[in-house]
Design a protein around this ligand. Structure first.
Ligand SMILES: [Zn+2]
Length: 298
């Protein structure tokens, strides 16, 4: 292995292959899936491990993994397995969320700079993102006690009963509960820049710039102690539109699954029907089939 510069501590060391979305989420998605996970870009290609990059040295990986383990045990598994809807948190949650968004932001900045014309990003936005990335890095390295000018929010994608007519066919439960993604986006007109990370229905937004007239209720995680509930959450922001885009993309992607792939899935269901009926996949599909057309309650 070749020594390279660690994106967090800046030391030249052997880098590890890191996941953007934490490993335990990918592992849990695999464990509760019928088959292998399919990649978003090429649905007919099976991807085993989610997105990975040489980003961090062993020491920085170890530092992050302390907070990942805490999040997995205190929030992720209780929510996924035991239906826990209320969580007391301390500043370790803020650290974990910041570390997830930072990883994504770091790579997205490289991408934005390289393809600035193609993605249509302004220098002013890039500068804002670079400044926030630096602030987050210093906080993650524990050189600063907090990060100036960012907000972390969690939205729990709970079961819904109604969906607007245009979106009723997008299978929202299956889409959000059965997938993982992480990316940074920006809206020039409304001046909202953020990283979105979906961890099987626990959706993290880190805002680097917040447009005017946005409404976020019962979603913010502060750098301290607090209580977060998977209930009565409201987002009125361009960030909510991003969720609609994810739904529409997923619907499009579903039409691209090859016949061969579809046959393989059907065969699995036919060969192991009991397993299928007990699966999380089945639960979500059922909720999607039961959706009623009407005003969205989200
Ligand atoms: Zn390092």
């Amino acid at each position: 292995m070749v020594a390279k510069r660690c994106a967090l501590c800046g030391q030249t060391k052997e880098l590890e292959l890191s996941h953007i979305v934490p490993k335990f989420v990918i592992r849990y998605l695999k464990k509760t899936s019928l088959g292998a996970i399919r990649n978003k870009e090429n649905l007919n290609k099976v991807v085993q491990d989610g997105e990975k990059h040489y980003l961090l040295c062993g020491d920085c990986e170890d530092l992050f993994s302390i907070y990942e383990t805490k999040f997995a045990n205190k929030f992720f598994y209780p929510y996924m397995k035991d239906d826990v809807k209320e969580f007391n948190y301390d500043s370790d949650l803020y650290y974990f969320l910041t570390s997830v968004s930072w990883r994504s932001l770091y790579l997205d900045i490289l991408d934005f700079v390289e393809h600035s014309e193609k993605v249509g990003i302004d220098l002013q936005i890039i500068n804002c993102l670079i400044e926030k990335e630096r602030g987050m890095r210093e906080y993650l390295l524990k050189k600063q006690p907090n990060v100036k000018g960012i907000e972390n929010h969690i939205l729990f994608f709970e079961d819904i009963k109604n969906m607007s007519t245009e979106l009723v066919s997008t299978r929202p439960h299956t889409t959000f509960h059965r997938s993982i993604t992480s990316y940074t986006f920006f809206n020039k007109e409304l001046k909202t820049y953020a990283t979105l990370t979906n961890m099987m229905g626990i959706i993290l937004f880190t805002l680097y710039n917040k447009g005017e007239k946005e409404r976020w209720e019962n979603t913010e995680i502060t750098n301290g102690v607090g209580l977060i509930k998977a209930a009565n959450q409201v987002i009125e922001s361009i960030c909510a539109d991003e969720l609609v885009l994810i739904l529409k993309d997923a619907e499009q992607d579903a039409t691209k699954i090859s016949e061969k792939q579809q046959e393989a899935i059907n065969k699995k269901v036919k060969d192991r029907p009991e397993e299928f009926i007990k699966s999380k996949v089945f639960e979500d599909l059922k909720k999607d089939f039961d959706l009623k057309k009407g005003d969205t309650d989200k």
